[in-house]
Design a protein around this ligand. Structure first.
Ligand SMILES: Nc1ncnc2c1ncn2[C@@H]1O[C@H](COP(=O)(O)OP(=O)(O)OP(=O)(O)O)[C@@H](O)[C@H]1O
Ligand SMILES: [Mg+2]
Length: 241
């Protein structure tokens, strides 16, 4: 289980995250929603150990979070890869760094689940579509074998049809492989379709954490209600149903 307890991150004199306490049980998804600048990417950077905590702890199964080697799926799929290397090199990098092997059968299985033709991995990031690059990013996270995968706006670079398909694919792979997922998104429709719980982040503070089915009916915070109303107005809730 991922646990954050009283986490604060400060840039200069500004508290970008303030007293953030939340947890993600193994195998579950927490969707963190909030407006631009709320601190969502900073939350991910904190979990990855890329920024210093001004206060608080982040643990996985009671040990410092880095021990579980969390994986990241980035918002900008092509930027997540070295542009001059074939995708395969970048995808294998987390394993190569640990001198671990992956059987061809396992790689073929996961590629198949992601609907990624395996010979596509011999191309450079600029030679595949954005949707394919995003699935290659998910592939890299999956084969790294981490029990915790962080997704930063995993669908925002994709068109609506590909979004829906990719969201379902992530959910199916999670059922199969059992990783915990923390997804930050401003797409409440996606959050509601696939998050077990929804956390609302505003100005660096957690306003509420609510089971998704309860959030859809009745968010606890005023800001959560504003987000819900906005999503209804856009017709986004019911997405994935
Ligand atoms: N390295 C940094 N130094 C100073 N301020 C930063 C730094 N990184 C982020 N910030 C500020 O922290 C706040 C939160 O940024 P963050 O990137 O976490 O937001 P976000 O919720 O991910 O937004 P978006 O939805 O636009 O991606 C913003 O005001 C941002 O300008
Ligand atoms: Mg962000």
């Amino acid at each position: 289980m991922l646990e954050l307890h009283g986490v604060c991150v400060r840039y200069g004199k500004v508290d970008t995250l303030c007293d953030v306490t939340l947890c993600v049980p193994a195998g579950q998804t927490l969707a963190v929603v909030g407006e631009s600048g709320a601190g969502k990417s900073t939350l991910i950077a904190a979990i990855l150990g890329l920024v210093k905590l001004a206060a608080g702890q982040i643990t996985w199964a009671g040990a410092p979070v880095h021990t579980c080697r969390p994986s990241l799926v980035m918002q900008e799929p092509r930027a997540a890869f070295n542009p001059v290397l074939p995708l395969r090199r970048s995808i294998m990098e987390p394993l190569t760094a640990r001198a671990e092997q992956l059987s061809d059968a396992r790689l073929a299985h996961i590629c198949n689940r992601l609907e990624l033709p395996i010979d596509l991995l011999d191309r450079k990031p600029g030679e595949v579509s954005i949707g394919q690059a995003q699935r290659a990013g998910i592939l890299r996270a999956l084969i790294a074998g981490s029990p915790l995968i962080l997704f930063d706006e995993p669908l925002s670079a994709l068109d609506a049809v590909t979004q829906k398909h990719t969201a379902q694919l992530i959910a199916d792979l999670q059922d199969e492989m059992g990783f915990a997922a923390l997804v930050v998104t401003h797409d409440l429709g996606y959050a509601a379709a696939f998050g077990d719980n929804i956390a609302v982040l505003r100005k660096g503070r957690v306003e509420e954490i609510t089971p998704t089915h309860a959030f859809i009916q009745h968010p606890k915070s005023d800001y959560g209600e504003d987000l819900r109303q906005a999503a209804f107005a856009l017709g986004a809730l019911g997405y994935g149903a």
